[in-house]
Structures are given as structure tokens and as C-alpha cells.
Design a protein around this ligand. Structure first.
Ligand code: HEC
Length: 206
């Protein structure tokens, strides 16, 4: 008896949820067929930056909030904090790198990378960059489009596959966010590490 009751509850729940799914499918179709204004490039850029590419993970400094670490949105996409110059720590193999508490500076054998200020501030951010320079930087993985190779972990080898329209949309969105004056420290570029030497680059036996 109990089983039957449970079973019928199960069936009715299933039916209700099916109806719900059906309803929302209908609403979705209805929404799509209405003449919704086309998404502007800046709106699409906002979606890519915040919902897909996670630029803020490395370009917005993190702080400790009541629920744990969170991005400091008063400094949204303004890059590694000014004056926070880091020294690479000494690490034992197999440790290779270290990350600052703000999650904006990264020490690796290749050097120390500070994430860039992506806000439209003209002195310290992307303000003076034109669209072409921005696209070249993300496509070529080169500083200001044509300079030194960018250090990890900037994921340009993935971002370079974005379409021109997507890169342009990101650029358009980044022009609309609040300008934050923040002079990111200069990157430190180490000489290319050579092939592993005997004794070095290996885990030592205890
Ligand atoms: C995993 C961390 C990470 C993510 C995610 C990330 N970046 Fe970066 N980005 C960096 C770091 C670190 C640098 C500094 C690299 C250097 O100086 O060599 C950088 C540098 C840059 C630069 C400066 C290039 C230059 O000329 O110096 C631009 C522009 C940039 N990022 C845009 C973006 C955009 C747009 C996104 C999202 C679509 C993004 N980044 C996502 C870490 C990241």
C-alpha cells in the first residue's frame, strides 16, 4: 500500500516536472521568436569575459570576504595591485611556481608575471590600446601585440582561437567598465631555462 502511494507520488511528481519542462521549453521558443533586440558587441563581450573566459580570475585582485576568498569588485579587472612587487620564493622540486594572495601575480621559472590592468584607464590600463593592438596581443601572445612573449599563465594559446568578432566584443566591453588607476608592476623575465641538468630538475631521493 505504502509502495503504491509512493509510486503514485513519484508519477505525479514526474508528470508535474514534465509539464514544467514542457512549459519552459514553450516559453523559451516563444522568447526566441519575439523580436528581441540583437546583442551588442559590448554585451557579448561581457558574457565572454565573465561567463566563459574568466578573465577576472587573474585580472581582478582577490580578497578575503565573509564567505572566503572573493574577487574585489571595486577593483574589477584592474590587474595586479600597484606596489605589490614580489620576489620569487625558493621552492623545492617538484614545486615550480607560486601565486600571490591576490591571485594576480605568478612566479614561474620563466619569470614573474603580473596580470595587466584591463580597465580603460589611459595611463595604466587599456585606455591607449586600439582594437588591433588588443587583438594582436591575444592572438600572438606578445606584449602590446608585438613585443616580448607573454608569460604564463595568461591563456592566450586558447584565446587566440576566438573569432575576430569575439575578440572585438571583449575589447568593446572592456571600454565600458569603470577605469581604475593601477600601475601594475613590471614583469620579470628570466633567461630561458636550459634542458634539465644532471642532479637538477629531478626529485632528490631522501
Ligand atoms: C590564468 C590567469 C589569466 C586569465 C584567466 C587571463 N589572463 Fe590575461 N594575463 C594574465 C597574466 C599573468 C598576464 C601578464 C603576462 C605577462 O606580463 O607576460 C596577462 C596579460 C594580459 C594582457 C596584456 C598583454 C600585454 O601586452 O602585456 C591582456 C590584454 C590580457 N591579459 C587580457 C586578458 C583577457 C581579455 C582575458 C579573458 C578573456 C584574460 N586576459 C584572462 C593572466 C590571465
Amino acid at each position: 500500500m505504502l509502495l503504491v502511494a509512493l509510486f503514485s507520488v513519484f508519477i505525479s511528481v514526474t508528470i508535474i516536472s514534465c509539464n514544467k519542462a514542457g512549459d519552459s521549453a514553450k516559453t523559451a521558443t516563444a522568447k526566441d521568436s519575439t523580436s528581441k533586440p540583437a546583442q551588442s558587441p559590448a554585451e557579448r563581450g561581457k558574457y565572454i569575459v565573465n561567463a566563459i573566459a574568466g578573465c577576472g580570475d587573474c585580472h581582478t585582485p582577490w580578497k578575503m570576504g565573509p564567505m572566503g576568498p572573493e574577487q574585489d569588485m571595486s577593483k574589477m579587472l584592474s590587474g595586479s595591485p600597484e606596489g605589490m612587487v614580489m620576489k620569487a620564493p625558493k621552492l623545492d622540486m617538484p614545486w615550480m611556481g607560486a601565486i600571490s594572495a591576490t591571485f594576480t601575480s605568478f612566479a614561474t621559472p620563466l619569470g614573474i608575471a603580473y596580470s595587466m590592468n584591463l580597465t580603460p584607464d589611459s595611463a595604466t590600463g587599456l585606455g591607449k590600446w586600439d582594437e588591433t593592438t588588443f587583438m594582436l596581443a591575444l592572438r600572438n601572445g606578445k606584449h602590446i601585440g608585438t613585443g616580448r612573449p607573454l608569460l604564463p599563465p595568461m591563456p592566450w594559446p586558447v584565446f587566440k582561437n576566438m573569432t575576430d568578432d569575439d575578440l572585438k566584443a571583449i575589447y568593446a566591453y572592456l571600454r565600458t567598465i569603470p577605469a581604475v588607476h593601477n600601475q601594475v608592476p613590471e614583469a620579470v623575465i628570466n633567461p630561458m631555462p636550459g634542458p634539465p641538468q644532471a642532479g637538477g630538475g629531478e626529485m632528490k631521493k631522501k
